[in-house]
Design a protein around this ligand. Structure first.
Ligand SMILES: [Ca+2]
Length: 68
């Protein structure tokens, strides 16, 4: 069983700036997030992934958000 950690889009077990980068690549259609990676990027659970998720991840990395 795989646990989906919200914000850990790359599946490394850590929430980092590279996760925001992966979200932006998805938004720009350079990459496509699928399955658990998409679920990890869908922070608000609305079935869509947009740039606001990347912003939230960067805020979390910067310590401005306590959780995602
Ligand atoms: Ca990660």
């Amino acid at each position: 069983m795989t646990m989906v950690v919200k914000g850990d889009v790359t599946g490394t077990g850590e929430i980092e700036a590279s996760d925001a980068r992966a979200v932006l690549r998805h938004v720009a259609k350079l990459d496509e997030l699928k399955g658990e990676f998409f679920a990890a990027a869908d922070l608000n659970g609305d079935g869509d992934v947009d740039a606001s998720a990347a912003r939230m991840i960067l805020r979390y990395v910067a310590g401005l958000e306590k959780s995602l």
